[in-house]
Design a protein around this ligand. Structure first.
Ligand code: ADP
Ligand code: MG
Length: 553
């Protein structure tokens, strides 16, 4: 009754189905072994309920399932599998062996399906089930051709196991690849512990757990604190009722929510769990069950946006007024067109960007600002035209240096080092510097090759005292070697120089220095973001203070 379609897309979908069966069987320990990205062999072993010896053969038959009794049960399915389709589909495109024994039965069954012939024998091994899949797609060579690279397949397998390990934190998981351990997580006592096991403590400390609830839906998750960003979207994961879902608008919604704090090209972390009454979702949309149709997508989108806004409001108040108004209006204004990636939100996002970005384009009278001083070791406070401005001085200084470095009409002043600096590098790093020697020259560095993967830095651009050449070099090389095509290499290295030579949090600035920085900030054309894209000015208007103190009616 269900138009089932193909389940077996590739090795990772095999792993996913076998894992789900193991979890459905109540296993508390699952071991996965992969050989040649699964093309040679996939083995999944569990300590779950096992299959009764009389049923093993049936289990690999088409549409055999023990998980629903009538078609009406489909409405409320809570197990992963329910279509009785996985084992038979996998079996039809590979050589499959199933070894299974329920705990209470002495002799279980071994079933070998080899080139469409089935061999049965007794099995007296450990209780639980082991499924071994070999020679995947041996009989459909065309399918093999369409597979992604082995590396991509292995990454997909890893993700499948990790996603499953997140939700099933009380289950022990191990993954081995070509006899090498990829990971092993013992049973965790809660989700926090599992997140730590998988991503490490540093990650855990940089995300915030939040929960939002209403009548229809519960949404919870771990989301980036403002400065915690990743270079890819791979840490944006959505689960609906314990199932990992690929939801194409997730990253878009998150990028909107984090727009003011995370620069373009970087992505916030968001591991999100949505719980919904299963009868309000439809898990049969995608044959491999990766997409779920939600009863009210706009509503879910607004929940995702709101949980992100809640994290940001708690951890970093950029502009309270704007954030609350944006999320408050979200539900009415969001307009996500289905089936197209070209989504547009109706409301004006400039509304909740720090408003000073827009204001800076107005004419400023340079003389009119008054430096109040620096606070908290990081910010300069300036009063101007009935407004207070907080300026993050490290970032503002970074911007100033960066703009100066990349100005095309500007040959940097260089200074010769009294003691040339020698920096020892790895072969790859050394080659990277040699390849980019002209680029460094344009930025004011005079670098020579020295023997044995060592470079010698003779001159540097005029920078602050105490500039750490070695640290700078390593970071610059890092930028240059991981840079994607779109980024301008000079700009990337200039950003590293700026970061290394700008005033740091905790530095004591003179009044003149603060005045110069402020003057630059209020300059007509200044960009109010640091080279990495973070805003560095925050404005509080007199009228918003009056609101806070209830001076206004
Ligand atoms: P489904 O999971 O949709 O029921 P499958 O083809 O994946 O269909 O599995 C068919 C049946 O085989 C299951 O309903 C279950 O009874 C049995 N089975 C498969 N794998 C296991 C396992 N690891 N442990 C116990 N039973 C299993
Ligand atoms: Mg199944």
């Amino acid at each position: 009754m269900i138009a089932a379609g193909e389940v077996v897309e590739g090795p990772s979908s095999v792993v996913k189905e076998l894992l789900e069966n193991a979890l459905d069987s109540g296993a508390t320990e699952i071991g996965i072994q992969i050989f040649e990205s699964g093309m040679k062999k996939i083995l999944v072993r569990d300590n779950g309920s096992g299959i009764h010896p009389d049923d093993v053969k049936l289990a690999v038959c088409e549409h055999a399932t023990s998980k629903i009794e009538t078609v009406y049960d489909i409405e409320s399915v809570s197990s992963y599998g329910f279509r009785g389709e996985a084992l038979s589909s996998i079996c039809s495109v590979s050589d499959m062996t199933v070894l299974s024994r329920p705990n209470e039965i002495q002799i279980g069954k071994k079933l070998e399906c080899h080139h469409e012939k089935i061999y049965e024998s007794d099995f007296a091994g450990p209780a639980g089930t082991t499924v071994i899949v070999q020679n995947l797609f041996y009989n459909i060579p065309a399918r093999k051709k369409f597979l992604k690279s082995l590396k991509t397949e292995m990454k997909n397998i890893r993700d499948v196991v990790l996603n499953s390990a997140i939700v099933n934190f009380n289950v022990e998981f191990s993954l081995d690849c070509d006899d090498k351990k990829v990971f092993h997580f013992g049973k965790a006592k809660d989700l926090n512990e599992r997140i730590c096991q998988i991503y490490g403590e540093d990650f855990f400390n940089n995300v915030q757990f939040e929960l939002l609830e209403d009548l229809k839906v519960t949404i919870s998750g771990y989301l980036s604190k403002p400065d915690f960003e990743k270079t890819s979207k791979s840490h944006q994961i959505l689960f609906v009722n314990g199932r990992h879902i690929e939801y194409k608008f997730l990253s878009f919604i998150l990028s909107k929510a984090y727009e003011a704090v995370i620069p373009k090209g970087k992505y916030p972390v968001a591991i999100i769990f949505i719980t919904i009454d299963p009868s309000l979702t439809d898990v049969n949309v995608h044959p491999a069950k990766r997409e779920v149709r939600l009863f009210d997508q706009k509503y879910i989108d607004s929940m995702i946006f709101q949980i992100a806004a809640k994290v940001l409001n708690k951890t970093h108040i950029i502009d309270n007024k704007h954030f609350t108004s944006a999320s408050g209006n979200f539900e009415n204004n969001i307009d996500v067109k289905e089936d197209t990636l070209d989504v547009k939100f109706n409301f004006d996002y400039d509304e909740y960007r720090p408003s000073v970005v827009a204001d800076s384009r107005q004419d400023f009278d340079y003389g009119s600002h008054k430096i109040i001083g620096s606070v908290l070791g990081q910010y300069i406070i300036v009063e101007k035209d009935n407004e207070l401005y907080f300026i993050d001085f490290h970032a503002a200084h970074e911007r100033e240096i960066y703009d100066r470095l990349i100005a095309s009409d500007n040959k940097p002043n260089t200074q010769e080092l009294l003691f040339p600096a020698m920096v020892k590098l790895s072969v790859a790093e050394y080659n990277c510097v040699i390849d980019n020697i002209m680029l460094f020259k344009d930025l004011g560095f005079d670098i020579d090759e020295f023997s044995d993967n060592t470079i010698i830095i003779r001159s540097v651009p005029e920078l602050k005292a105490g500039f750490d050449h070695e640290k700078f070099m390593k970071e610059a090389i890092d930028e240059l070697s991981q840079r994607d095509e779109v980024k301008n290499p000079i700009h990337s290295v200039a950003a590293v120089i700026a970061c290394h030579s700008a005033r740091r949090a905790g530095d004591v600035l003179s009044k003149e220095e603060m005045g110069l920085l402020a003057r630059n900030v209020f300059n007509d054309n200044a960009d109010m973001r640091c080279p990495h894209g973070r805003p560095f000015v925050h404005k509080i208007s007199k009228s918003s203070l009056e609101n806070i103190f209830k001076r206004k009616l």
